[in-house]
Design a protein around this ligand. Structure first.
Ligand SMILES: [Zn+2]
Length: 142
């Protein structure tokens, strides 16, 4: 048996929840994706300290993280936002063989917000993950 001490530090994607919030960075208001960070000390994988949860929201447009107080997250925790209720779709608009414009589209107003011009498909998929989205929902426009 391997005996070990350590600190467990996990980040889990909770998903899109609750109402729109205004991003401090880009000042756009959309439903954010939430992440939970769990930290505790353990001995042989058994927690030996208090387990602390902290929450962050990530802006689906610019990817900026904002700290969210736990009680605020708890208030909205059960309000799941389904894909159909999602206010943002991600679009890759093909420019040439390997370059795309990375665009977010507001599903209500049809407004298109350019996130990054002339980037690779890899960059777009990374960008979607960082914003809490799912790459399988990406729409490619050629
Ligand atoms: Zn933002």
């Amino acid at each position: 048996m391997v005996i070990f001490w350590g600190t467990e530090d996990r980040i889990k994607r909770v998903g899109f929840r609750g109402d729109k919030i205004k991003c401090e960075n880009c000042h756009k208001s959309y439903i954010p994706c939430y992440y939970r960070r769990t930290v505790y000390d353990h001995f042989c994988a058994i927690p030996v300290s208090e387990i602390t949860h902290t929450y962050k929201s990530v802006c689906p447009i610019c990817g900026y993280n904002q700290f969210v107080q736990t009680f605020r997250f708890t208030e909205i925790a059960n309000t799941t936002v389904t894909k159909e209720m999602q206010d943002i779709s991600y679009i890759a608009v093909q420019k040439d063989k390997h370059k795309y414009d990375f665009v977010a589209m507001d599903n209500l107003t049809q407004e298109q917000i350019l996130i990054a011009p002339n980037v690779s498909m890899f960059d777009i998929k990374e960008g979607i993950r960082r914003r809490g989205g799912k790459t399988k929902d990406l729409i490619i426009v050629v």
